[in-house]
Each structure stands twice: as structure tokens, then as C-alpha cells.
Design a protein around this ligand. Structure first.
Ligand code: HEC
Length: 154
């Protein structure tokens, strides 16, 4: 190996080690008693719970048997799961698929989240009486998931 090659190899390694330690240090950084990584894990669990609770309603919207009482009960669970989300974003902890733009001053994240929460809230307090109403409500909710993910989930 020539001297130049050895020098460039060492520089590449140094850059990799620096970049690696920077991301590692960022993930173990703590805010409000938890590391960024823990905040990310809690957010992921919160969204997975939301998706789990929404699933039965999506099935009904897609044609499974419509039972108004079951739909109303499930809607309450969806809303409860949705209401657990905002606190998971109170700490500024960019990690995982949640980038710093969520917490930037120009961010519209809060508006999208509020619009989303008002939909799950009305789904719960004023549950759909027909499969068609349910379908419309689920479509609108899923548009919010998609809009927020497009803009704020890397
Ligand atoms: C206001 C913004 C916003 C809304 C609304 C939203 N999400 Fe997300 N979602 C995110 C962000 C940001 C992450 C990444 C969190 C992280 O990595 O720490 C995420 C992550 C997830 C994850 C974790 C796994 C993955 O793919 O990253 C799931 C599952 C998920 N969302 C499902 C949903 C569903 C289903 C809805 C609608 C019912 C929804 N989300 C609505 C912003 C949102």
C-alpha cells in the first residue's frame, strides 16, 4: 500500500468513526428523563397501538359485517390510542423516523396532529351509524396518517 492510500484509508475510517459516535451520542442524549432512543421507541409503540386499534374499523370499512355497537366501542379505543400520541412528541427528541423538522418553529406537525385528533374524537363521541359513514370517517383519518408521514416521517 502506498503512503497516500494509507492516509486516505485512515481518513475514511476516522470520518466513519466520528459519524458513528456522533449518531450514537445523539441517541443516548437525554431529555426529560429519557434518551432520544427511548422517546423514539415509545412513539413507535404508541403508533403501533393506534394502528392495532384502527385495524378492526378498517376491516368493517372494507366490507366486514357492520355492528354499530362494536364500531362505537372500537372507535373509543382508537380515540384513546390517538390521545396518547401528543405527549410522546412534547420532548424534543429527534430519533428514528422522527426528524428535527417536527420541532422546528415553522413546523405544521402540531396542526396536522390536532386535525387528526379532532377526527378520532368525533369518531368516538359521534360514532358512525352506517357502514358508509364509517368508510368516510376512516378515509379522512387515513389521509391524515398519510399527510403527516409524507411530511414528517423520514
Ligand atoms: C401528526 C403526524 C402523524 C400522524 C397524524 C400519524 N403519524 Fe404515524 N408516525 C409519525 C411519525 C413522526 C412517526 C415516526 C416516529 C419515530 O420514528 O420516532 C410515525 C410512526 C408511525 C409508525 C411506526 C412504525 C413506522 O412505520 O415508522 C406507525 C405504525 C404509524 N406511524 C402509523 C400511523 C397510523 C396508522 C396513523 C393514522 C391512523 C398515523 N401513524 C398518523 C407521524 C404521524
Amino acid at each position: 500500500m502506498t503512503k497516500t492510500k494509507a492516509i486516505s484509508l485512515v481518513s475514511v475510517l476516522a470520518v466513519l468513526i466520528l459519524a458513528g459516535s456522533w449518531s450514537y451520542l445523539n441517541l443516548v442524549r437525554e431529555t426529560q428523563g429519557k434518551s432520544y432512543w427511548e422517546w423514539h421507541n415509545l412513539r413507535e409503540q404508541g403508533f403501533e397501538q393506534l394502528r392495532r386499534e384502527l385495524r378492526p374499523l378498517i376491516d368493517v370499512a372494507k366490507g366486514a359485517h357492520f355492528n354499530a355497537e362494536q364500531v362505537a366501542a372500537q372507535a373509543k379505543k382508537v380515540d384513546a390510542a390517538a390521545k396518547a400520541i401528543p405527549t410522546l412528541f412534547e420532548a424534543v427528541a429527534p430519533a428514528g423516523a422522527a426528524g428535527p423538522e417536527i420541532w422546528a418553529s415553522s413546523s405544521e406537525f402540531g396542526q396536522i396532529l390536532n386535525a387528526f385528533l379532532s377526527k378520532t374524537s368525533s369518531l368516538s363521541t359521534n360514532p358512525p351509524a352506517t357502514a358508509e359513514d364509517l368508510r368516510a370517517a376512516i378515509d379522512a383519518i387515513q389521509l391524515d396518517c398519510a399527510e403527516c408521514h409524507r411530511n414528517y416521517r423520514d
